[in-house]
Design a protein around this ligand. Structure first.
Ligand code: NAP
Length: 240
């Protein structure tokens, strides 16, 4: 069903994005892998080509840039074709207490996590509409559903993604385009290297998740043709 179609994945060079790239390539999808630093994305693409015999090309882009993402989508369309799946996974944290947080930390997180997803959807939407199909997958966070002390910027960006997801899902559903969100809990990656042991005690399943756990949810939503506007938590039960 997805074989030979194109997945455009932001933040694909490591962690959850790389696991999603592997999972979708294993289903036969071609991959456009986006990150700011292109070398790790190129290394990933070489692996995907060898392991799954798919087309995989790395692109350097800062998703926070409206113009940069416009040029990225144009280049991808010219080189690989119109994406069938857009995965908005690129994300950053700049944690701090609200009473001490600088403007730059708030803006940087909102610009990457929320505006970055808008930028990509904005520039990919005309292709989806022309194709009368496709799917958008936003990577949120349980922080956006529950809040988290020290993460007002991050939680606000991820909560914003829920509203973006549902609005885009409603707007594009009549044209056959779906939009869903995966909300991971604590997942092993560079982003969570410094999570205190005590936090893990709050997870009902008693452990952190793996990037592959999130990739499985992404693969499900990529193929679930009657699911749109959904928020799927992958969190070991922490948000229930
Ligand atoms: P990660 O290991 O830090 O990877 C982040 C990826 O995003 C990298 O490929 C990074 O590459 C890219 N990126 C960051 N800023 C970017 C920008 N402005 N433009 C383009 N690419 C950018 O993070 P992760 O843990 O895999 O997280 C992936 C997503 O899952 C994020 O949205 C995160 O918020 C979400 N999430 C993670 C967890 C967790 O526990 N790990 C939990 C909930 C949600 P460059 O630095 O080279 O650009």
């Amino acid at each position: 069903m997805l074989k030979g179609k194109l997945a455009l994945i932001t933040g694909a060079s490591r962690g959850i994005g790389a696991a999603i790239a592997h999972r979708l390539a294993a289903m036969g999808m071609d991959i456009a892998a986006v990150a700011r630093d292109i070398e790790p994305a190129r290394a990933l693409c070489r692996k995907l080509q060898e392991q799954y015999s798919v087309r995989a090309v790395a692109y350097s882009c800062d998703v926070a840039s409206f113009q940069g993402t416009k040029e990225l989508v144009r280049t991808v369309q010219r080189e690989l074709g119109t994406p069938w799946i857009l995965v908005n996974n690129a994300g950053i944290t700049r944690d701090g207490l609200v009473a001490m947080m600088g403007e730059e930390a708030f803006d940087a997180v909102l610009d990457t996590n929320l505006k970055g997803a808008f930028n990509m959807i904005r520039h990919c939407a005309p292709g989806f509409l022309r194709a009368k199909g496709g799917c958008i997958l936003n990577i949120g966070s349980v922080s956006g559903l529950m809040g988290n002390p020290g993460q007002c910027n991050y939680a606000a960006s991820k909560a914003g993604l829920v509203g973006l997801t549902k609005s885009v899902a409603r707007e594009l559903a009549p044209r056959g385009v779906r939009c869903n969100l995966v909300a991971p809990g604590y997942i092993q990656s560079d982003m969570t290297k410094e999570i205190p042991e005590a936090v893990l005690g709050n997870i009902p399943l008693g452990r952190m998740g793996s990037p592959q756990d999130v990739a499985e949810a992404a693969a499900y939503l990529a193929t679930a043709t009657y699911v749109t506007g959904a928020v799927l938590t992958v969190d070991g039960g922490i948000s229930m």
